[in-house]
Structures are given as C-alpha cells and as structure tokens.
Design a protein around this ligand. Structure first.
Ligand code: DAH
Length: 346
C-alpha cells in the first residue's frame, strides 16, 4: 500500500475516532503520536519516496500530523469538560459535602464578650483608650506621685522621654478612666477592655502584654456597698450562683479605700486544689472607691460626686474558667489550642 493510501485510511480512522475515557485517549496517543507511532513511521517512510512525490506528499503528511495532534487535544479537552460537569468521573457524588471550617473565637475574646455582656446588662457602656499613653493618664492623674515607689509596681515600657510627660505603653486600663472623666460629665458607668503592657520576662505565669477590663461608676452618693453588690452580681453571672466573694484591704494610689476581691475557687468550689493553692480562694480583681484626688485631677467635684472603680485581668478570669496553665498559649496562635474553643462550621 502506498503512503498516500495509508494516510487516507488513517485520516478516516482519526475522524471517526471517539473516546469516552482517559484510557482510550491514551491508546490513541500511543497509536499515533509517540516516537514509534504511526505519524512518525509515515515520516520515516516519506524519506524513501522520490523527490517529485515529496513535494505533494510533504504537504499531505503535515496536514495529517496536525490532524492527529489536534484530535488528541480536543479529546483531552472534551473529557476534562465532561468530568467537570459530572463532578469528576472518579468521584462518588453521593458523598456528603465537606464542612467549611470557620475557625474559632479566641478564648480571651470569648471571655471579654461575656464580661462586657454582664456589665452591659447593668447599664455599663464600653469605652476605649489608646495603648500608647502619656505619663499623666497612666500615672500622674491617677494619683501616682512623681518618684513614688508605687510606679515601680508596674514595670513600664517607655517610648519617649518627655519633660514632665513621658510617653509609654499603658501599663493598665485605668488610664481610660482618666480620659473618660476628663472628656465628659458625671454620671459615668463604663467598662473599658483593652491590652496593657509591662516590661516583664515572658514565662508561664507572666507576659509582657496581657488584657484587662477596667470598670468605673461615678455619680452622686455611690458607696462601697454599690461596689460590692455590682461585683458580687458579676461573679455570680460569670461563674455561677454558688460563687462566694470576699474582700481584702489593699492599696492602689487611685482608690481609697482599696481592696482585692477573691472568689471561692471555681475549680474545687472551695474544697482546696492546686489552682487555689489549697486555700479555697482565688484573687480575681482590684477595686476601691475612686480617690477624690483622681476626681479633682479630672475636673470633677469630689464633694458632689463619688465613685468606685475596679480592674481585672482577662487572662486570669479565663484561666479560672478553662484552667489554662501557661499564659504563653494565649499569644502563640497554636491551632491545636485555639480549636478547643467554640469551633464553628457551615
Ligand atoms: N490598675 C490596677 C492594675 O493594673 C487594677 C485596678 C485596681 C484597677 C483597682 C482599678 C482599681 O480600677 O480600682 O493592677
């Protein structure tokens, strides 16, 4: 059979060829397009024909080669298209869909939200202030005298030394109290969540940044009884109605009198465990009656108004809920840790 007749036969074969699977397309490729395939062998044979024949046959052969190649391409496209429509020929269409994980809320965000929710119901609004603060708002207005050792209670990250008013990262959210009182008129009833910074070595029990919620209530005739009842209600809402509280006298420059509040251990319910160091009690916050000096520093008449304030660490409150023994877990973003809290899927 001469080469032209062969090409004719193969052309008909290719035009009639249809494939319904990847295997069949591969068989087509092996028959026509590989090194030892038909196209190649026709080119070999082409070398043997006479020079006169070559001119015409060359063209025919090239057209044939293109036909084989474009057929192969269109077969591949066709099967890809079909498998898209069918969801892939090898897939089980009856399998349920994969859940899309939305991630989970950070435990500190969960607890902050809970704290904010409880105080919102008691009429406290949320206020915020800057993390980069000046000495006045972080210390002086809060009755920390210049050079007073109380300033050393909180190791400060200073940013800029300025004559009489250094710039630093706030060491507590009490600075937001000052901003609020300076910029408004009583009554004030607000909670102020936020991040605070202290120059401490990072370990399981200390970190150079953490989170606090500050509370402030200023009005006429606010008393220590209001403070006690507000905080008592708060812990009952947060940790359950069987939670007991006790107040111990303490010292903060910005409150007088000052106290620390303990609650009955949330883990052992007062029976004694490692968390409460077998005392049955755990400290959760500092509080007190706003010192009249602080009110005056913020332009509020301390004869007419009184108030209470409190401050708590969100990490601590979270530990007492979830027993997280290493503070570093809160900021390492380890997915195995984060996954344990309120994972949502759709
Ligand atoms: N600012 C204090 C701290 O960081 C916490 C605190 C204690 C805030 C007593 C208050 C308060 O408002 O009355 O340790």
């Amino acid at each position: 059979m001469d080469i032209k007749t062969k090409i004719q036969g193969y052309t008909e074969e290719i035009n009639a060829f249809n494939a319904s699977s990847a295997e069949e397309i591969e068989a087509f490729r092996l028959r026509f397009l590989v090194n030892k395939g038909i196209v190649r062998s026709l080119f070999e044979e082409f070398k043997t024909v006479s020079t006169e024949e070559k001119r015409e046959l060359g063209q025919v052969l090239n057209v044939f080669k293109q036909l084989a190649e474009s057929k192969h391409k269109s077969l591949l496209e066709q099967i890809a298209d079909n498998s898209d429509k069918a969801g892939g020929s090898t897939q089980d269409l009856t399998l349920p869909g994969k859940g899309l994980e939305l991630g989970s809320r950070h435990p500190l965000s969960l607890v902050r939200k809970e704290i904010v929710g409880i105080f919102n119901k008691m009429g406290f609004i949320v206020a915020e202030g800057p993390e980069i603060e000046d000495d006045w708002h972080n210390f002086s207005a809060l009755n920390f005298p210049e050079e007073h050792p109380a300033r050393d209670m909180q190791d400060t990250f200073f940013i800029e030394k300025k004559e009489g008013n250094d710039i630093a990262l706030r060491t507590h959210t009490s600075s937001v109290q000052v901003r609020m009182m300076e910029n408004g008129k009583p009554p004030f009833r607000a909670i102020m969540p936020g991040r605070v910074y202290r120059n401490e070595a990072i370990s399981a029990r200390a970190h150079c940044f953490f989170h606090q919620v500050e509370g402030l209530y200023v009005d006429e005739d606010v008393s220590f009884a209001d403070l006690k009842q507000t905080l008592f209600h708060f812990v009952q809402e947060l940790y359950g109605e069987d939670t007991k509280v006790r107040f111990r006298p303490s010292y903060f420059p910005f409150t007088e009198p000052s106290a620390e509040m303990d609650i009955s251990c949330t883990i052992c319910k007062g029976a004694g465990c490692t968390l409460c160091k077998w005392s049955g009690w755990v400290e959760i916050l500092g509080c007190g009656m706003v010192d009249p000096n602080v009110l005056e520093n913020c332009g509020i008449d301390s004869k007419k108004y009184s108030g209470f304030a409190f401050g708590m660490g969100i990490e601590r409150i979270t530990n007492l809920k979830y027993v997280i023994k290493d503070l570093r877990l809160f900021s390492e973003n380890d997915i195995r840790f984060l996954r344990q809290f309120e994972t949502e899927t759709i």
